[in-house]
Design a protein around this ligand. Structure first.
Ligand code: NI
Length: 373
């Protein structure tokens, strides 16, 4: 079997057997088996799911990371190798990322004698719920690693296209819950209560002024209210309304400023309407910040091996790879997968033609990164 076909077969096997974040047991078994069969050393970390392997010898270590989890989506792509696990789908292409890094592992094994150090291969669980990177770091996966690289397929780019950027790339992801506590009343006698529905409505509009009136227009910020719940019938003003939403930014100071403004607006409106608004804040993944030099290095190599390269736009989504980059430098890159349907869509169908080239790229990237200071 050709190298290319091997990687496609592995990708299809992973695709047919997707598992949710933190439940990647069979996926872990498969990847361990494939790596061991190719002669790679598995590192004895105690991980519930996920695999870490190594190739090469010496003090210097470069890491390559793939993510392995799938999403709670019923697949409608129609491909012959569709998910056999109904309601779960590799709709983000982590099966593709895994096969790419498996391919890189095989190529590095062939070149083991000439490697100027070790390459550590991280098959990370639980990217989608942003807990896997932390778990691998806790297990020791970044010990002695001088730089780390990873990829995401990009359905909007043609196969053969490569993009990245130095500095901030993916956004930080915060979640908020706002609990409006008013005073219920008969719907015909609103003056006897403090209507939390009218207040919640004002609140949604007021929150939109953060992006439009508080933050410099040249800085990226998204404030989205995504859920409103309150009331249960037509003739009663309820006591409470709950709102939930998300904030995306690329800078810690702006993230803080947005949170501060949300709290100020909530407090101010609550007092103006004789009600209370409780703010609960959840910090999600941090901004993914690529090292400028490693991003440039990754881009130059991509160009030299024949990719069409471009500088990425800022991405408003979150990516768990950001957590590694808080600890050590490295670069996260996008590789075109030309899917007619986007990430997290039930008909997502990345072009497998990207896999072999990306595997060769990452093997060379790691090999050359070992030669850098
Ligand atoms: Ni993804």
């Amino acid at each position: 079997m050709t190298f290319k076909q091997q990687l496609i077969d592995w990708r299809r096997e992973l695709h047919q057997n997707p598992e949710l974040s933190g439940q990647e047991v069979a996926t872990t078994t498969r990847i361990r088996h494939w790596l061991e069969s190719a002669g790679l050393r598995l590192l004895p970390y105690s991980l519930a799911t996920g695999v870490v392997a190594e190739v090469g010898h010496g003090d210097k270590v470069i890491a390559l990371r793939a993510d392995i989890d799938a999403l709670p989506i019923h697949e409608t792509s129609g491909v012959a190798f569709s998910s056999r696990n109904d309601g779960v789908m590799h709709a983000c292409g982590h099966d593709v990322h895994s096969s790419v890094i498996l391919g890189a592992a095989l190529l590095l094994k062939e070149r083991e004698a000439q490697l100027a150090g070790r390459v550590r291969l991280l098959f990370q669980p639980a990217e989608e719920n942003f807990t896997g990177a932390k778990a691998l770091i806790k297990a020791g996966a970044l010990e002695n690693v001088s730089a780390i690289f990873g990829m995401h397929n990009e359905p909007g780019l043609p196969v053969g296209t490569f993009a990245t950027r130095g500095g901030a790339f993916y956004a930080n992801v915060d979640r908020f819950v706002l609990r409006v506590k008013g005073k219920g009343a008969h719907a015909a006698r609103p003056h006897e209560g403090h209507d939390p529905i009218v207040l919640a409505s004002q609140l949604v509009i007021a929150l939109q002024t953060i992006a439009s009136r508080d933050i410099d227009t040249l800085d990226s910020v998204v404030v989205s209210v995504t859920r409103i719940q309150g009331g249960n019938t037509w003739n009663v003003l309820p006591e409470n309304v709950e709102l939930e939403g998300t904030v995306r930014t690329h800078r810690a100071d702006i993230q803080k400023q947005v949170e501060k403004r949300i709290r100020e607006i909530a407090t101010g409106l609550a007092s103006a309407f004789g009600a209370q608004i409780e703010v609960e804040w959840f910090n999600g993944p941090v901004t993914l910040i690529n090292d400028e030099q490693w991003a440039a290095f990754a881009m130059q190599l991509a160009q030299s091996v024949g990719y069409q390269t471009q500088t990425s736009q800022l991405h408003m989504g979150g990516e768990d790879f950001a957590v590694y980059l808080q600890t050590i430098p490295g670069a996260f890159v996008s590789i075109g997968s030309a899917s007619p349907y986007g990430l997290h869509h039930s008909a997502f169908n990345p072009d497998e033609a990207l896999i072999e080239d990306a595997a060769r790229y990452f093997a060379t990237l790691a090999e050359q990164a070992l030669l850098k200071n």
